[in-house]
Write a protein that binds this ligand. Sequence first.
Ligand SMILES: O=C(O)CCC(=O)C(=O)O
Ligand SMILES: [Fe+2]
Length: 355
Amino acid sequence: MSLSADFTSIPIINLSHAADPESKVRLLQDLRHAITSVGFLCISHHGVSQAVTKDLIEALPKLFGLSDGDKDEVALGNSAHFLGYSGTGAETTAGKADRREQFEFATELDDDWTKEKPLYERLKGPNQWPSNFLALRSIVENYIQELTSLSERFLLLVAEALSLPSSTFVPFVSDQHRLKLVHYPASESGEGQGVGPHKDSSGWWTFLLQASPPHIKGLQALNKSGEWIDVPNIPGTFVVNIGQGFEVVTNGACKATTHRVLSGTHERYSIPFFQGMRRDLTKTEAVETLREHFSRAEFGGVNNESDEGRDIDSAFLRGKYETWGESQLRTKVRSHRDVGSRFYDEVFEKYTSDD
Ligand SMILES: O=C(O)CCC(=O)C(=O)O
Ligand SMILES: [Fe+2]
């Protein structure tokens, strides 16, 4: 059965095959294999504007070349919404500091949080834009718009590939998606942790643009035998992988595959877009809505599990908090404690000492 087969390469899927009923059948089969057995894929012919992508890639050297003062002006530490710049070493993954700097943006939304609303609604809010790079705003907003649309189109195909009505996953999607512009500096020794092994915790699906020339690699996905498989860097494609929220909603039929980035002798840029999941989604709704469907034998069945196969590793499910929004807020407070203590005083102690 495909669920138990191990992967040794990352599937490449041409989305233009969806336009023709005959080639669509094969596309859906390939997609189903990719998302149930690998959890990582590259997509080509995805319909995202090349000009919009090019503008963003070309903005990166200038953006990361801004002065420390310019970066401070938009520091993530200033933002109750965890949006802005954070420097190299600010984050740790798997117990080690990551060697990367990043600007985090999201769908531009007003901060309309009031004390009557759940605290996690404060995750929503405006971006911070560097005043010495005014052109950046429209470049980033255009890209977020293109990726929002791609991620919506993609979800329809995913549902069909899993034998569900195409609109099945639409009600789970949030009004807020997040975008990170990431710079991994070159490492003299060619070794080190760009970002340590992790599963994407910020949501639903990730669409990653590798924004350096094709010979610059570094991203790897972990297969079930514990081997790190290189993710190819193919111009014009996006790498797509599953976030923990989607793993929960599919009852583990689709896995959030562990991945990491190695530092190299060349600097590297990458741009992950994290499609968001509705903040008010509860654990019960997430697990129960499609439970019956995913317990069918074709997905391995509940009584037909491999050891690794259906064991869901999710901070959301294991954690104490009922909604996805609160689980997200806790994750963010724990990884950015300066923001946590400044803006989320009432829950800071609780979230940082509840494990
Ligand atoms: O930079 C990359 O290629 C991947 C980054 C990543 O996995 C993440 O930010 O979650
Ligand atoms: Fe990731």
